[in-house]
Design a protein around this ligand. Structure first.
Ligand code: 5AD
Ligand code: SF4
Length: 436
């Protein structure tokens, strides 16, 4: 048997790409590839890309530039681009970087083995179709190796919302849900291999309709799997936060009290210009209902500053919304023009204005995040331990609220779920002790 070929995958962007990269590595495993941690000894380099903001796409081209020397030294090296930049730019990538052998869009990963074979014959391989079939169904089965305690599972892809700033409806296509039986079978398999926490992924995961009860129905079904201790889901749109899903935060013990619910802006005028289809008061009402269902819920969100026409007052409205909600964590971005989206055609704000607003907004979010984390000191939380820490005898895991918790104790192993008393709060993590 010939020695395995080496595959180096670099993943950009969201958690869905992390999941896709795992599945692509498995699919290429069937073609005789095993993964390597460095591009230097690779036979194939695969960039799994993100197109959400301009910088993310530009990074891909500069990364490709860095592989020129490797390709010159090893002409058989195959270079592939997958993910949303592949979908959006298609052939243009090969024109701009002729050393790219393979371009594959996110909906075509099940065709990866055939594309790899084509590239292996020295031909350019390109597939950016939106086929009807479920790509995950046709991808190689997950190998039966032991898994880390926490895993991602993609249940839904694509988006029909068309926010005016966003490329997702174009790169990932229309909303598609995977049937519940397949998700449940994959979840059972993960649990048999050591997984105790599953994060359900989708660009619009709460629009999931592969189960008759929607996402809430799927969560209740998953909660029936023995050995699965925790369920999370991300990322959600406020308008798909239905009654059943809100109630699940009260009724389903395995559903963790942490929710990523992006609002993007706190100004009604900008929300309208963004085509978000909800107002700030709608958002407040949903948060109130969620907190009534689960009082200790930690919220997370996404914010865009400097959207076209955002006035000082609009920005203050966003700051006010953040003050009122109080976030446990959040992601915030300067608006970035994306060709082909409606907002790209509008007059843009000066960069200095965007910079100044982002700084103020991030300072506020960081204060809130730190305050909520500090408030954990003295409390007892449940930690799912994931891996050894940097110090001898230390283990690191996550609390219900997704805080990283370090514990110094003998006999802890990854996958253990233990009560921990929090004794200290640092800049990015908590320190705890096992109760005596
Ligand atoms: N500019 C800046 N941020 C964006 N996002 C999506 N599109 C853009 C854009 N054009 C942000 C949104 C979204 C997150 C995934 O990325 O906040 O929720
Ligand atoms: Fe993009 Fe809006 Fe869809 Fe989220 S809901 S993926 S921001 S279009």
């Amino acid at each position: 048997m010939s020695a395995p070929k080496k595959l180096f995958i670099k993943t950009y962007g969201c958690q869905m790409n992390v999941y896709d990269s795992e599945r692509m590595a498995e699919a290429l495993g069937g073609q005789g590839y095993e993964q390597t941690a460095t591009p230097d000894d690779a036979d194939m380099i695969l960039l799994n890309t993100c197109h959400i903001r301009e910088k993310a796409a530009e990074k891909v081209y500069s990364e490709l530039g860095r592989y020129k020397g490797l390709k010159a030294a090893k002409p058989d090296l195959k270079i592939g681009v997958a993910g949303c930049v592949a979908q959006a730019e298609g052939e243009e990538i090969m024109r701009r970087q002729p050393m790219v052998d393979l371009v594959v869009g996110p909906q075509s990963y099940h065709r990866l083995p055939a594309l790899e074979a084509k590239a292996g014959r020295g031909a350019k391989a390109l597939d950016t179709d939106f086929p009807e079939e479920d790509k995950f169904e046709h991808l190689a089965q997950r190998p039966r190796a032991r898994r880390a305690p926490s895993a991602f599972l993609t249940v839904q892809e694509g988006c029909d919302k068309f926010c005016a700033f966003c490329v997702v409806p174009y790169t990932r296509g229309a909303e598609v849900s995977r049937p519940a039986e397949r998700v449940l079978a994959e979840a059972r398999d993960l649990v048999e291999r050591g997984v105790r926490e599953i994060t359900l992924l989708g660009q619009n995961v709460n629009a999931y309709h592969g189960h008759e009860g929607g996402l809430a129905g799927l969560i209740h079904a998953l909660a029936g799997i023995d050995g699965l201790a925790r369920i999370r889901f991300t990322t959600s749109h406020p308008n798909d936060m239905d009654d059943a899903l809100i109630a699940a935060h009260r009724d389903c013990e395995k559903l963790m009290p942490y929710l990523h619910l992006p609002v993007q802006s706190g100004s009604d005028r900008i929300l309208k210009r963004m085509n978000r289809q909800h107002t700030r008061d709608d958002y407040f009402r949903i948060i109130d209902r969620l907190r009534a269902a689960r009082p200790d819920l930690h919220l997370s969100g996404d914010f865009i500053v400097g959207f076209p026409e955002e006035s000082d007052q609009d920005f203050e409205d966003t700051m006010d919304l953040i003050e009122r909600v109080g976030y446990g964590s959040a992601f915030s971005f300067k608006y970035s023009t994306r060709p082909g989206t409606p907002a790209a055609e509008r007059a843009q704000l000066p960069e200095e204005v965007k910079d100044a607003r982002l700084q103020r907004l991030q300072a506020l979010l960081t204060r809130q995040q730190q305050a909520l984390q500090d408030a954990m000191v003295g409390r007892t939380v449940k930690v799912l331990f994931e891996k050894p820490g940097r110090l001898e005898g230390q283990m690191v895991g996550k609390s219900e609220y997704l805080h990283a918790v370090h514990v110094q104790a003998d006999g802890l192993t990854p996958g253990d779920l233990r009560e921990v008393r929090i004794v200290e709060s640092g800049p990015n993590s908590l320190k705890g002790v096992l109760p005596a």
